[in-house]
Design a protein around this ligand. Structure first.
Ligand code: ADP
Length: 375
Protein backbone atom coordinates (compact mmCIF):
# COMPACT_ATOMS: atom_id res chain seq x y z
CA UNK A 1 0.00 0.00 0.00
CA UNK A 2 1.07 3.59 -0.36
CA UNK A 3 1.32 3.84 3.44
CA UNK A 4 3.90 1.09 3.72
CA UNK A 5 6.79 2.25 5.87
CA UNK A 6 9.59 2.54 3.33
CA UNK A 7 12.32 1.75 5.88
CA UNK A 8 11.02 -1.82 6.08
CA UNK A 9 11.97 -2.63 2.48
CA UNK A 10 14.93 -5.02 1.98
CA UNK A 11 18.07 -4.07 -0.08
CA UNK A 12 20.71 -2.31 2.06
CA UNK A 13 21.65 0.41 -0.39
CA UNK A 14 18.09 1.23 -1.20
CA UNK A 15 17.17 1.15 2.48
CA UNK A 16 19.69 3.79 3.43
CA UNK A 17 18.54 6.28 0.89
CA UNK A 18 14.97 5.70 1.98
CA UNK A 19 15.87 6.19 5.60
CA UNK A 20 17.63 9.41 4.70
CA UNK A 21 14.67 10.47 2.67
CA UNK A 22 12.33 9.77 5.53
CA UNK A 23 14.49 11.76 7.89
CA UNK A 24 14.54 14.65 5.48
CA UNK A 25 10.79 14.49 5.02
CA UNK A 26 10.25 14.38 8.74
CA UNK A 27 12.46 17.44 9.18
CA UNK A 28 10.34 19.26 6.65
CA UNK A 29 7.16 18.24 8.44
CA UNK A 30 8.63 19.18 11.84
CA UNK A 31 9.56 22.60 10.64
CA UNK A 32 6.13 23.11 9.17
CA UNK A 33 4.28 21.97 12.28
CA UNK A 34 6.61 23.57 14.80
CA UNK A 35 8.31 26.59 13.27
CA UNK A 36 11.96 26.42 14.29
CA UNK A 37 13.59 29.00 16.51
CA UNK A 38 15.53 31.67 14.67
CA UNK A 39 18.77 30.22 13.37
CA UNK A 40 22.06 30.92 15.12
CA UNK A 41 23.51 33.26 12.53
CA UNK A 42 20.53 35.60 12.86
CA UNK A 43 21.26 38.89 14.54
CA UNK A 44 20.59 38.29 18.27
CA UNK A 45 17.43 39.97 19.54
CA UNK A 46 17.42 42.78 22.06
CA UNK A 47 16.27 40.36 24.78
CA UNK A 48 19.11 37.95 24.05
CA UNK A 49 21.65 40.75 24.18
CA UNK A 50 20.37 42.18 27.45
CA UNK A 51 20.20 38.69 28.96
CA UNK A 52 23.84 38.06 28.00
CA UNK A 53 24.83 41.32 29.66
CA UNK A 54 22.84 40.55 32.81
CA UNK A 55 24.37 37.08 32.97
CA UNK A 56 27.90 38.45 32.75
CA UNK A 57 27.18 41.00 35.49
CA UNK A 58 25.70 38.35 37.74
CA UNK A 59 28.66 36.02 37.29
CA UNK A 60 31.02 38.85 38.23
CA UNK A 61 29.08 39.62 41.39
CA UNK A 62 27.39 36.50 42.68
CA UNK A 63 25.12 36.56 45.73
CA UNK A 64 27.01 35.43 48.86
CA UNK A 65 27.38 31.67 49.29
CA UNK A 66 26.65 30.83 45.65
CA UNK A 67 29.09 28.46 43.96
CA UNK A 68 30.45 29.91 40.73
CA UNK A 69 30.39 26.70 38.72
CA UNK A 70 26.84 25.94 39.83
CA UNK A 71 25.75 29.49 38.97
CA UNK A 72 27.20 29.13 35.48
CA UNK A 73 25.35 25.86 34.98
CA UNK A 74 22.10 27.40 36.11
CA UNK A 75 22.43 30.49 33.95
CA UNK A 76 23.53 28.52 30.88
CA UNK A 77 21.46 25.34 31.07
CA UNK A 78 18.53 25.93 33.36
CA UNK A 79 17.33 29.45 32.69
CA UNK A 80 15.24 29.16 29.53
CA UNK A 81 15.29 32.07 27.12
CA UNK A 82 13.18 32.69 24.06
CA UNK A 83 10.85 30.29 22.23
CA UNK A 84 7.95 31.59 24.29
CA UNK A 85 4.71 29.73 24.92
CA UNK A 86 1.47 31.74 25.29
CA UNK A 87 -1.89 30.71 26.75
CA UNK A 88 -3.34 30.62 23.25
CA UNK A 89 -0.83 27.93 22.19
CA UNK A 90 -2.37 25.55 24.69
CA UNK A 91 -5.64 23.90 23.69
CA UNK A 92 -8.30 23.66 26.40
CA UNK A 93 -7.31 23.41 30.09
CA UNK A 94 -9.29 26.55 30.94
CA UNK A 95 -9.68 25.67 34.62
CA UNK A 96 -5.96 25.09 35.00
CA UNK A 97 -5.15 28.31 33.15
CA UNK A 98 -7.47 30.27 35.44
CA UNK A 99 -5.96 28.70 38.55
CA UNK A 100 -2.48 29.62 37.32
CA UNK A 101 -3.55 33.17 36.50
CA UNK A 102 -4.88 33.62 40.01
CA UNK A 103 -2.03 31.84 41.77
CA UNK A 104 0.92 33.17 39.83
CA UNK A 105 0.37 35.58 37.00
CA UNK A 106 -1.70 38.26 38.75
CA UNK A 107 0.30 38.17 42.02
CA UNK A 108 3.54 38.48 40.07
CA UNK A 109 2.29 41.39 38.00
CA UNK A 110 0.49 43.16 40.88
CA UNK A 111 2.27 42.13 44.11
CA UNK A 112 0.72 45.15 45.89
CA UNK A 113 -2.75 43.59 45.58
CA UNK A 114 -1.74 40.15 46.80
CA UNK A 115 -0.72 40.56 50.42
CA UNK A 116 -1.99 39.24 53.73
CA UNK A 117 -4.90 36.90 53.13
CA UNK A 118 -4.31 37.15 49.42
CA UNK A 119 -0.65 36.21 49.77
CA UNK A 120 0.26 33.95 46.83
CA UNK A 121 1.06 30.24 47.21
CA UNK A 122 4.74 29.40 46.99
CA UNK A 123 4.23 25.98 45.49
CA UNK A 124 1.92 24.45 42.96
CA UNK A 125 1.82 20.91 41.65
CA UNK A 126 0.58 20.02 38.18
CA UNK A 127 -0.21 16.32 37.93
CA UNK A 128 -1.75 14.04 35.35
CA UNK A 129 -0.95 11.66 32.51
CA UNK A 130 2.16 12.37 30.41
CA UNK A 131 1.87 14.67 27.40
CA UNK A 132 -1.12 16.68 28.59
CA UNK A 133 0.50 20.12 28.53
CA UNK A 134 2.01 20.51 32.02
CA UNK A 135 5.33 21.76 30.68
CA UNK A 136 3.59 24.01 28.20
CA UNK A 137 1.49 25.51 31.01
CA UNK A 138 4.59 26.22 33.09
CA UNK A 139 6.26 27.96 30.17
CA UNK A 140 3.15 29.98 29.42
CA UNK A 141 2.95 31.07 33.06
CA UNK A 142 6.53 32.34 32.82
CA UNK A 143 5.78 34.22 29.61
CA UNK A 144 2.51 35.73 30.80
CA UNK A 145 3.90 36.77 34.20
CA UNK A 146 7.09 38.14 32.61
CA UNK A 147 9.15 35.90 34.86
CA UNK A 148 12.57 34.34 34.58
CA UNK A 149 11.96 30.68 33.83
CA UNK A 150 14.19 28.11 35.53
CA UNK A 151 13.50 24.63 34.19
CA UNK A 152 15.09 21.56 35.69
CA UNK A 153 14.12 17.93 35.61
CA UNK A 154 14.37 16.41 39.06
CA UNK A 155 15.81 13.24 37.60
CA UNK A 156 18.78 15.22 36.23
CA UNK A 157 19.51 16.38 39.79
CA UNK A 158 19.87 12.78 40.84
CA UNK A 159 21.82 11.72 37.74
CA UNK A 160 23.49 14.31 35.49
CA UNK A 161 24.21 16.79 38.29
CA UNK A 162 24.66 14.23 41.07
CA UNK A 163 27.62 15.20 43.25
CA UNK A 164 27.08 18.90 42.65
CA UNK A 165 23.34 18.84 43.17
CA UNK A 166 23.25 20.42 46.61
CA UNK A 167 25.31 23.38 45.42
CA UNK A 168 23.15 23.55 42.36
CA UNK A 169 19.96 23.63 44.39
CA UNK A 170 21.33 26.44 46.60
CA UNK A 171 22.42 28.43 43.54
CA UNK A 172 19.05 27.80 41.92
CA UNK A 173 17.06 29.36 44.74
CA UNK A 174 19.52 32.26 45.22
CA UNK A 175 19.51 33.19 41.56
CA UNK A 176 15.74 32.83 41.38
CA UNK A 177 15.48 35.48 44.10
CA UNK A 178 17.96 37.79 42.38
CA UNK A 179 16.19 37.40 39.04
CA UNK A 180 12.66 37.60 40.50
CA UNK A 181 9.93 37.34 39.47
CA UNK A 182 10.94 33.74 38.84
CA UNK A 183 9.32 30.40 38.19
CA UNK A 184 11.31 27.37 39.26
CA UNK A 185 9.81 24.58 37.17
CA UNK A 186 10.73 21.12 38.41
CA UNK A 187 9.67 18.38 36.05
CA UNK A 188 9.40 14.77 37.30
CA UNK A 189 9.29 16.06 40.88
CA UNK A 190 8.37 12.53 42.04
CA UNK A 191 11.95 11.40 41.47
CA UNK A 192 13.13 13.99 44.00
CA UNK A 193 10.37 13.89 46.59
CA UNK A 194 9.47 10.22 46.52
CA UNK A 195 8.91 8.04 49.55
CA UNK A 196 11.78 5.72 48.77
CA UNK A 197 14.80 6.51 50.89
CA UNK A 198 17.54 4.77 52.81
CA UNK A 199 20.39 2.71 51.48
CA UNK A 200 23.39 3.29 49.22
CA UNK A 201 22.92 5.51 46.21
CA UNK A 202 19.70 6.79 47.71
CA UNK A 203 21.69 8.53 50.43
CA UNK A 204 22.81 11.15 47.88
CA UNK A 205 19.24 11.55 46.67
CA UNK A 206 18.07 12.00 50.24
CA UNK A 207 20.58 14.84 50.75
CA UNK A 208 19.39 16.66 47.62
CA UNK A 209 15.81 16.23 48.72
CA UNK A 210 16.65 17.70 52.14
CA UNK A 211 18.50 20.64 50.57
CA UNK A 212 15.60 21.29 48.22
CA UNK A 213 13.09 21.29 51.07
CA UNK A 214 15.31 23.57 53.20
CA UNK A 215 15.73 26.10 50.39
CA UNK A 216 12.04 26.01 49.66
CA UNK A 217 11.14 26.59 53.34
CA UNK A 218 13.63 29.47 53.56
CA UNK A 219 11.91 31.03 50.61
CA UNK A 220 8.54 30.71 52.30
CA UNK A 221 9.92 32.12 55.51
CA UNK A 222 11.61 35.06 53.77
CA UNK A 223 8.43 35.82 51.89
CA UNK A 224 6.43 35.84 55.10
CA UNK A 225 9.01 38.30 56.42
CA UNK A 226 9.47 36.40 59.65
CA UNK A 227 13.23 36.77 59.61
CA UNK A 228 14.54 39.46 61.94
CA UNK A 229 15.89 42.46 60.09
CA UNK A 230 14.46 41.31 56.80
CA UNK A 231 14.79 44.00 54.22
CA UNK A 232 11.66 44.82 52.26
CA UNK A 233 13.42 44.28 48.98
CA UNK A 234 14.45 40.76 49.90
CA UNK A 235 10.98 39.97 51.10
CA UNK A 236 9.47 41.27 47.90
CA UNK A 237 11.82 39.15 45.79
CA UNK A 238 11.14 35.99 47.75
CA UNK A 239 7.46 36.74 47.34
CA UNK A 240 7.85 36.51 43.62
CA UNK A 241 9.50 33.10 43.35
CA UNK A 242 7.24 30.13 42.82
CA UNK A 243 8.06 26.46 42.69
CA UNK A 244 5.92 24.94 39.98
CA UNK A 245 6.32 21.20 39.80
CA UNK A 246 5.00 18.57 37.43
CA UNK A 247 4.58 14.83 37.78
CA UNK A 248 3.06 11.84 36.04
CA UNK A 249 3.38 9.85 39.27
CA UNK A 250 1.71 11.97 41.95
CA UNK A 251 1.22 8.98 44.28
CA UNK A 252 4.99 8.53 44.50
CA UNK A 253 5.45 11.86 46.31
CA UNK A 254 5.72 11.44 50.05
CA UNK A 255 3.01 12.82 52.23
CA UNK A 256 4.99 15.61 53.91
CA UNK A 257 6.24 16.92 50.57
CA UNK A 258 2.76 16.63 49.08
CA UNK A 259 1.31 18.84 51.80
CA UNK A 260 3.78 21.61 50.94
CA UNK A 261 2.10 22.04 47.61
CA UNK A 262 -0.80 24.15 48.72
CA UNK A 263 -2.32 23.89 45.27
CA UNK A 264 -2.47 20.59 43.39
CA UNK A 265 -3.94 20.95 39.95
CA UNK A 266 -5.10 17.98 37.90
CA UNK A 267 -4.20 18.24 34.22
CA UNK A 268 -6.45 15.64 32.58
CA UNK A 269 -6.56 14.12 29.12
CA UNK A 270 -8.17 16.50 26.59
CA UNK A 271 -11.95 16.41 26.18
CA UNK A 272 -13.47 16.03 22.70
CA UNK A 273 -13.79 19.77 22.23
CA UNK A 274 -10.14 20.34 23.15
CA UNK A 275 -9.00 17.60 20.76
CA UNK A 276 -10.94 19.34 17.97
CA UNK A 277 -9.29 22.68 18.76
CA UNK A 278 -5.84 21.09 18.87
CA UNK A 279 -6.33 19.21 15.59
CA UNK A 280 -7.51 22.40 13.88
CA UNK A 281 -4.53 24.34 15.23
CA UNK A 282 -2.10 21.70 14.02
CA UNK A 283 -3.68 21.70 10.55
CA UNK A 284 -3.99 25.46 10.27
CA UNK A 285 -0.82 26.06 8.28
CA UNK A 286 -1.11 22.87 6.21
CA UNK A 287 -2.67 22.11 2.88
CA UNK A 288 -5.43 19.65 3.76
CA UNK A 289 -8.91 18.57 2.74
CA UNK A 290 -10.40 17.86 6.17
CA UNK A 291 -13.91 19.24 6.71
CA UNK A 292 -15.44 19.99 10.13
CA UNK A 293 -17.22 16.67 9.83
CA UNK A 294 -13.88 14.89 9.24
CA UNK A 295 -12.50 16.58 12.35
CA UNK A 296 -15.50 15.30 14.31
CA UNK A 297 -14.81 11.80 13.00
CA UNK A 298 -11.22 12.08 14.19
CA UNK A 299 -12.27 13.46 17.55
CA UNK A 300 -14.47 10.40 18.05
CA UNK A 301 -11.59 8.12 17.07
CA UNK A 302 -9.09 9.74 19.45
CA UNK A 303 -10.85 9.25 22.75
CA UNK A 304 -8.15 8.64 25.37
CA UNK A 305 -5.40 10.41 23.40
CA UNK A 306 -3.21 12.93 25.21
CA UNK A 307 -2.17 16.25 23.66
CA UNK A 308 1.17 14.79 22.70
CA UNK A 309 -0.53 11.69 21.20
CA UNK A 310 -2.63 14.04 19.04
CA UNK A 311 0.50 15.90 17.95
CA UNK A 312 2.22 12.61 17.11
CA UNK A 313 -0.83 11.53 15.12
CA UNK A 314 -0.97 14.77 13.12
CA UNK A 315 2.76 14.59 12.39
CA UNK A 316 2.46 11.03 11.18
CA UNK A 317 -0.60 11.83 9.05
CA UNK A 318 1.23 14.82 7.55
CA UNK A 319 3.84 12.34 6.29
CA UNK A 320 1.12 10.48 4.36
CA UNK A 321 1.24 12.53 1.16
CA UNK A 322 5.06 12.26 1.10
CA UNK A 323 5.24 8.52 1.76
CA UNK A 324 3.84 7.49 -1.61
CA UNK A 325 6.24 9.73 -3.57
CA UNK A 326 9.55 7.99 -3.08
CA UNK A 327 12.71 9.81 -4.15
CA UNK A 328 10.58 11.96 -6.42
CA UNK A 329 9.75 14.18 -3.45
CA UNK A 330 13.28 15.56 -3.52
CA UNK A 331 12.53 17.28 -6.83
CA UNK A 332 8.98 18.42 -6.21
CA UNK A 333 7.71 21.83 -5.30
CA UNK A 334 5.39 22.23 -2.34
CA UNK A 335 2.43 22.82 -4.66
CA UNK A 336 2.92 19.43 -6.35
CA UNK A 337 2.30 17.58 -3.11
CA UNK A 338 -1.25 16.41 -2.53
CA UNK A 339 -3.10 17.78 0.49
CA UNK A 340 -3.35 15.84 3.74
CA UNK A 341 -6.68 13.98 3.95
CA UNK A 342 -8.80 12.11 6.48
CA UNK A 343 -7.46 8.83 5.03
CA UNK A 344 -3.92 9.82 6.10
CA UNK A 345 -5.13 10.21 9.68
CA UNK A 346 -7.02 6.94 9.59
CA UNK A 347 -3.94 5.14 8.27
CA UNK A 348 -1.82 6.71 11.03
CA UNK A 349 -4.30 5.63 13.70
CA UNK A 350 -3.19 2.05 13.00
CA UNK A 351 0.21 2.81 14.55
CA UNK A 352 -0.25 5.88 16.77
CA UNK A 353 -2.11 4.68 19.85
CA UNK A 354 -2.96 6.43 23.13
CA UNK A 355 -0.10 6.28 25.62
CA UNK A 356 -2.30 6.07 28.71
CA UNK A 357 -4.41 2.96 29.34
CA UNK A 358 -7.92 3.04 30.82
CA UNK A 359 -6.61 1.46 34.02
CA UNK A 360 -3.81 4.04 34.18
CA UNK A 361 -6.30 6.84 33.73
CA UNK A 362 -8.40 5.61 36.63
CA UNK A 363 -5.40 5.90 38.95
CA UNK A 364 -5.10 9.62 38.08
CA UNK A 365 -8.82 10.19 38.53
CA UNK A 366 -8.75 8.49 41.92
CA UNK A 367 -5.74 10.48 43.11
CA UNK A 368 -7.28 13.71 41.82
CA UNK A 369 -10.48 13.01 43.74
CA UNK A 370 -8.58 12.43 46.95
CA UNK A 371 -5.81 15.04 46.78
CA UNK A 372 -6.31 17.41 43.89
CA UNK A 373 -8.22 20.23 42.29
CA UNK A 374 -9.90 19.28 39.07
CA UNK A 375 -9.49 20.97 35.75
P1 ADP B 1 3.63 17.13 29.86
O1 ADP B 1 4.57 18.14 30.47
O2 ADP B 1 2.26 17.15 30.47
O3 ADP B 1 4.19 15.75 29.78
P2 ADP B 1 4.00 18.73 27.49
O4 ADP B 1 3.52 20.04 27.97
O5 ADP B 1 5.49 18.54 27.44
O6 ADP B 1 3.37 17.55 28.36
O7 ADP B 1 3.37 18.43 26.07
C1 ADP B 1 4.04 17.64 25.12
C2 ADP B 1 3.62 18.03 23.72
O8 ADP B 1 2.26 17.65 23.50
C3 ADP B 1 3.64 19.55 23.50
O9 ADP B 1 4.90 19.97 23.03
C4 ADP B 1 2.53 19.74 22.49
O10 ADP B 1 3.01 19.46 21.19
C5 ADP B 1 1.53 18.67 22.83
N1 ADP B 1 0.45 19.10 23.73
C6 ADP B 1 0.15 18.55 24.93
N2 ADP B 1 -0.91 19.15 25.50
C7 ADP B 1 -1.30 20.13 24.65
C8 ADP B 1 -2.35 21.12 24.67
N3 ADP B 1 -3.23 21.20 25.68
N4 ADP B 1 -2.42 21.97 23.62
C9 ADP B 1 -1.56 21.90 22.60
N5 ADP B 1 -0.55 21.00 22.52
C10 ADP B 1 -0.42 20.11 23.52
Amino acid sequence: SSFETPARRPSGQHKRSIVERQREASLIVDSIIQPSESSEDDEPTKEVKSWKKRKAELLKKLPPGVDEHAAKQILNEIVIQGDEVHWSDIAGLEIAKNALRETVVYPFLRPDLFMGLREPARGMLLFGPPGTGKTMLARAVATESKSTFFSISASSLTSKYLGESEKLVRALFSLAKVLAPSIIFVDEIDSLLSQRSGSGEHEATRRIKTEFLIQWSDLQRAAAGREVGERDKERGDANRVLVLAATNLPWAIDEAARRRFVRRQYIPLPEAETRAVQLKTLLKQQTHTLSDEDINTLVAMTNGFSGSDITALAKDAAMGPLRSLGDALLHMTENDIRPIGLSDFIASLATIRPSVSKAGLKEYEDWAREFGERG
